[in-house]
Write a protein that binds this ligand. Structure first.
Ligand SMILES: NC(=O)c1ccc[n+]([C@@H]2O[C@H](COP(=O)([O-])OP(=O)(O)OC[C@H]3O[C@@H](n4cnc5c(N)ncnc54)[C@H](OP(=O)(O)O)[C@@H]3O)[C@@H](O)[C@H]2O)c1
Length: 336
């Protein structure tokens, strides 16, 4: 399963709006006889690629698949049919695919045909690699990941609005890897005006769709001379959206965009936090102090009254990046 998950990750940037899926086929003699992973443009699913490699050696064997195989006719014929036709006797898949067309039906089809189905193995990892896809399937809204760089005193810029650069080169390089995982990147009109950012994915890794750059605010605040507007004319997509956050997210969902990296500033970040619409948080904390009561803190908005009401993060991870600490986790909005 660890290998199936590793294969699935090879599709990062190239599967949306589908899920990351990896498959390993093991013969009855316990040899790995086939491997595959999904890429949206290739049409073949991870299972069919791995089964084709395995050929007759798959008969009586086990398929390890990182997500429930589908049993419906979509862009491709059902993978459950391919597994049955290849003579697979056991399928190990950690989690259900929450796509309503698939959910539970793949496992049911296999079981009805006499295949042993085992679920739950490495379910945490399998859920995490597809967290955006699963969230989108469950809620119909894109997964929102708030990413900010802060100083030790919690500031995202100095009192003059200067924010280049809060974090060090290792963190900045990692931001491009993060951007590569997302369908859209979003900032507020304040950041667009003050920072004149480019907001492109410069990871150098292949991606199926261009990263859509979204500015929330009034179009009149975007200068025609800004990098965002100039590069839009050269083909890097840019969308300016206004209105309540829910309808902004719905607008992105209608474009099959399943994930958004929200890169600030504090105004828009505060609105998202207040609305309970942030699904994941990553802060790069730099060991610097800028001070100044007028220097913006990371999160604006209304905020909470009591410390007991703070949004706590769960499944917290801490990674050292050069001199910075990258702290990430998932906000828990309901108490108890
Ligand atoms: N360190 C970091 O990671 C980081 C990241 C980003 C930014 N920054 C810094 O943060 C500062 C900017 O923060 P900020 O709070 O001033 O700006 P911001 O959050 O980027 O933008 C706030 C503006 O966005 C618009 N907006 C927000 N929600 C809206 C909605 N629902 N509908 C329409 N418009 C909406 C409003 O524009 P209007 O006022 O025009 O209505 C609002 O004033 C800069 O100094 C920048 O350098 C730091």
């Amino acid at each position: 399963m660890a290998r199936a998950l590793e294969l699935a990750r090879k599709g990062v940037g190239q599967v949306s709006p589908g899920p990351l899926v990896g498959c390993v086929v093991v013969s009855p003699g316990r040899d790995i006889v086939g491997e595959g992973f999904y890429l949206f443009e290739e049409l073949n699913h991870a299972e069919t690629i791995a089964l084709a490699q395995a050929g007759e050696k798959a008969r009586g064997g086990t398929a390890y698949v990182s997500l429930e195989p589908h049993a419906h006719h979509g862009r491709t014929p059902p993978c459950t049919d391919a597994l049955l036709a290849a003579g697979i006797k056991r399928v190990v898949a950690p989690i259900e695919d929450l796509n309503p067309k698939v959910s539970g039906k793949g496992f049911a089809h296999l079981r009805a045909a006499g295949v042993e189905v085992q679920t739950g193995l490495m379910a945490g990892e399998a859920t995490q690699i597809n967290e955006a896809y699963l969230h989108f399937m469950q809620t119909g809204l894109p997964f929102v990941h708030l990413k900010l760089a802060v100083t030790l005193d919690g500031k995202i810029a100095t009192r003059t609005g200067d924010s280049r650069w809060v974090s060090g080169p290792e963190s900045l390089a990692h931001v491009h890897e993060l951007r590569h995982e997302y369908d859209a990147i979003m900032i507020g009109a304040g950041t667009a005006a003050l920072d004149d950012p480019l907001l492109t994915d410069r990871s150098g890794l292949p991606r199926r769709r261009s990263l859509l750059r979204v500015v929330v605010g009034d179009r009149s605040r975007l200068s025609p001379e800004s990098q965002l507007v100039k590069t839009a004319a050269e083909g890097a997509p840019l969308l300016v959206l206004n209105g309540d956050l829910h309808s902004i997210l719905k607008e992105l969902a209608a474009r099959s965009l399943q994930s958004v990296l929200l890169e600030g500033g504090s105004g828009i970040a505060g609105e998202f936090v207040d609305a309970g619409l942030v699904n994941k948080v990553t802060f790069f904390v730099a060991p610097k102090i800028v001070g100044g009561i007028a220097a913006p803190g990371a999160i604006g908005g209304r905020g909470v009254e009591k410390m007991a009401d703070a949004f706590e993060l769960e499944r917290v991870q801490v990674v050292q990046r050069g001199k910075d600490l990258e702290i990430s986790g998932y906000p828990r909005y309901t108490k108890g």
